[in-house]
Design a protein around this ligand. Structure first.
Ligand code: R5P
Length: 310
């Protein structure tokens, strides 16, 4: 088994290699002057099960291209199997036609990965589970839930917890975590009554006096979560925590979180935010490296991955 690390999230790759007690494959990944990606693998790959680790986070197009070129070099180096380990799968929100004549870009990216030569995909908390079906190769979609729940149980002592879906699309995820916490469920119903009017956040469920934990797959601009927190406090919530898998964190999101009603936000390291989040007492990063590393180990030994969901 060999690990080939892309450049999108070096610290996560190092953690995964440390857990697996393997040395990352020696390689060179550079850019030509016109920004084309160049990859050179410095070790023999023939007959190996290779795991390429690359999140397709910002800069999304560069990181996707780098992943594809890594896969192509592995295929041409006669690797036995090539698993694309994509802790954060970008473009996932473009998973259907929302207006006529629009693309389904998540499917296009899936096609590119398969056509480049990947034989399996290992990813985490896909924006929509159905994206697995965009690939005609096996896909293992891990859930960060066990890691998030462990952190909640260790750090939040309140016995009066409600898990909250910040929009209707997040109900399944919030319900699953709520079940593990034995907590109630609330849902934010986000609505714009008329074009040009600001969004109204209706809270479905009882949050009065409760410790609310918003669960989401990703935070981008922060608008969804900050507005949801505001609506929860307005509806009498005692305090609001957020647990988010992928910290996309664009624009002024971090500043918005800092001045929001959120008490604490926990994100995982599927995306490398170490340069963006420094000395921030409101945002904590927790590691999913052991979970991904364990899945890699089990895939390479052909043992069950599903028990990692518990
Ligand atoms: C929506 O379906 C997603 O689960 C996230 O809630 C959303 O993409 C977050 O975006 P933002 O932070 O820009 O509101």
């Amino acid at each position: 088994m060999k690990i080939l690390a892309g450049t999108s999230n070096s610290s996560l790759c190092n953690e995964i290699c440390k857990y697996l007690k393997v040395r990352p494959t020696e390689r060179m990944i550079t850019r030509f002057a016109d920004s084309e990606v160049y990859v050179e693998i410095k070790e023999n790959m023939r007959g190996n099960d290779v795991f390429v680790i690359q999140s397709t986070s910002y800069p999304a197009n560069d990181n996707i291209m780098e992943l594809l070129i890594c896969i192509d070099s592995l295929r041409r180096s006669s690797a036995k199997s090539i698993t694309a380990v994509i802790p954060y799968f970008g473009y996932a929100r473009q998973d259907r036609k929302v207006v006529p004549r629009s693309p389904i870009s998540a499917k296009l990216v899936a096609n590119l990965i398969v056509n480049a030569g990947a034989t399996r995909v290992l990813t985490m908390d896909l924006h929509a589970n159905q994206i697995q079906g965009f690939f005609d190769i096996p896909v293992d979609n891990l859930f960060a839930a066990p890691v998030l729940v462990k952190h909640i149980l260790k750090n939040i002592s309140s016995k009066n917890i409600v898990s909250v879906a910040p929009d209707v699309g997040g109900v399944e995820r919030a319900r699953a975590i709520g079940k593990r916490l034995n907590s109630g469920l609330a849902i934010i119903d986000k609505r714009r009554e008329k074009p040009g009017q600001s969004e109204v956040m209706n809270v479905i469920g009882n949050v009065k006096g409760k410790t609310c934990i918003i669960i989401d797959d990703l935070i981008d601009s922060g608008g969804t979560i900050c507005n949801a927190a505001e609506a929860l406090i307005k509806n009498g919530a005692k305090e609001v925590y957020c647990y988010v898998v992928h910290g996309v964190l664009t624009g002024k999101s971090i500043a918005n979180i800092n001045k929001s009603k959120i008490k604490k936000m926990i994100i995982t390291n599927t995306i490398d935010n170490t340069k963006k989040i420094i000395n921030n007492s409101k945002i904590e990063i927790i590691s999913i490296a052991p979970l991904i590393a364990e899945a890699i180990k089990r895939i390479s030994k052909s043992t069950s991955v599903s028990s990692l969901f518990n």
